[in-house]
Design a protein around this ligand. Sequence first.
Ligand code: BGC
Length: 757
Amino acid sequence: MKKPLAAVALATFLSPMMNAQTKPHLDPKKPIEERITLLMQQMTLEEKIGQMNQYNGFWDVTGPAPQGGSAEKKYEHLRKGWVGSMLNVRGVENVRAVQKIAVEQTRLGIPLIIGFDVIHGYKTLSPIPLAEAASWDLDAIRRSASVAADEASAAGIDWTFGPMVDISRDARWGRVMEGAGEDPYLGSKVAAARVKGFQGTDLTSPSSIAACAKHFAAYGFAEGGRDYNTVDIGNATLYNVVLPPFEAARNAGVRTMMNAFNLLNGIPATGNHLLQRDILKGKWKFDGFVVSDWASIGEMVTHGYAANLAEAAEKAAEAGSDMDMEASAYVTHLAQLVREGKVQESVIDDAVRRILRVKFELGLFDNPYRRCDEAREKTIGSKAHHEAVLDMARKSIVLLRNEGQLLPLPKQGKKIALIGALAADDNSPLGSWRIASDDHTAVSVLAGMKRYDGNKLVYEKGADLVKGETAFTKELVFNTTDRSGFPSALKAAKEADVVVMVLGEHGFQSGEGRSRTELGLPGLQQELLEEVYKVNPNIVLVLNNGRPLALPWAAEHIPAIVEAWHLGTETGNAVAEVLYGDYNPGGKLPMSFPRNVGQVPMYYGQFNTGRPVNTDQNVFWSHYTDTEKTPLFVFGHGLSYTQFSYQKLEVGRQQKKGQPVNVSVTVTNTGKRAGREVVQLYIRDVAASLTRPVKELKGFELVDLQPGESKTVRFVLTDKELGFYDNNGNYLVEPGVFNVFVGGSSATSLESAFTLE
Ligand code: BGC
């Protein structure tokens, strides 16, 4: 029988009050810290440790076989209150089901926090994070994260395992697609924008989710670019390159961090006291919590850092890993370790307080189902979300080359041959990390180009890219033998005015566990490109990739090259708008593109060395004997359909420490179209107690200019930009000469200097 409406309303009104009397921690008027204390007073040791235990759900799997045991065991732990969080549970129905157990069947009814990898969107996908970083547009990046949060929260998710803020300079590493590239300054700005986008201004809002800066720390420096491999870096790199984006995320209010799989100078990040206790929770006063990476506590045994799982649990908890993702180390061993006196209960209390704090902040105690709303779930994939990801996709595209103004293409009266298996692919452009999106839901380049019907468009794939996947590792197997599609592709190319070729990596060639030793075009694509070039050199090459590629032949021969990454759901629409000039591209590379894999790690912020140039016409200088030492495309590079000129760089010459340094430059659109330029400012601290790189990005501004329009762009350099960390992590600002460079890429030559007294 249905309850009368008035009775339902009364019960709803009374229950928080009644709850607040019987369970005082549920009183929303009390301050959060007091509510945590009241709750913790009621918790047994096992219940506390339960909060530190996170299990994978029963559906998606994002790591090696779950270690938490059978589903029955997980359910049993859930009912006992021994699970504080679950990941990979999604959809209102599924989330509600597990949350109901936690809230209604456990002794204290503590809600779960539901985590999920919302990396570049939930169902409606924006470009991969590396691509988004190419926009340098922090407002757009923040909006993109907030659209992702909107969709994910509508599916019951409270917490994303993002943003990944790992700096990486090694294109072999598959996970460069998840980050913001090679530079700590840009990386820090993007990290903060993403955190703000996910978390919004009010964490209790049903459409906000908690963010997680990962992987703390140095995971992007895996030796040889091989995922999960050892990291051995000096303190100069740790403090000046690796840590700044994490600190920026912390300052932007990120509520959680994830540690990492890797060893850092001999100690697993997961068991690393210096990182988690001294720096993160000590120096930075971070009051959120740290989740381990998938089974990374257990992997400390495999690393050879703990003799068994119990010792791993002890070392991880002591080092500051608050929550155990899928290793079952804490739930199995921590209580005993406390009883034996090996782990202090205060360590447990600290971890639990941090976890509960975030749950309170998310409003989960006031309404555990606040992100379980069937009506909102139906808004996933709305028109507004599609428009938002399309906007981000346009802004992520980088025009690498445009000889003879081959682009934009005329809209009428031309014969265009579109070639390449990726051109018709509606799956690969979704990119890696897209668990909740449906396969084959991207707009392909072919579909996007068909919307422009003034030209005659002929499509030929030329050759399949992928043949299948290996049964064992599920890795892609490329077609290297079947050229049966070549003749018709060559015929179409010969008959066309312009050839558009879409080539590059498959969406699943980058991402976790997908490192490469080659950075060229896989399969038969390079051969196809060269064959087509022989019959028609009028080629626009559209690249799809999740990492910098090394394409020296293309950079020399192909007149127009468009970097289109994996742009997500709206890929084809964004690419077509750029090709036909309805959108003037303005993206800039967030990672240097090497000439070949032997140059890697490749980054602009290198050190000068003692022998940077060839002065004596001999071999004894820092170079390669078989290629240039410069990259193929530099960090910050990106062209437009218009041109920009830079004039009047002005810098106050003599400066006092502590006082801001004003820099200004005039930028003019000298071409015939409106366009966007990313004005970049770099410095070099010429002599310091710790040698500084030849260039360091310290500011950028986006300017939109009409043809003929000029703008004066102003930068202010403060101690925050002028200093660096010494090898003990102390921040220093030292007097001396600083060079200042301003321009449209890291290879800019407009230069001035000032002296800091
Ligand atoms: C990855 C993390 C991810 C986690 C949960 C791990 O394998 O390294 O980045 O958040 O799985 O899916």
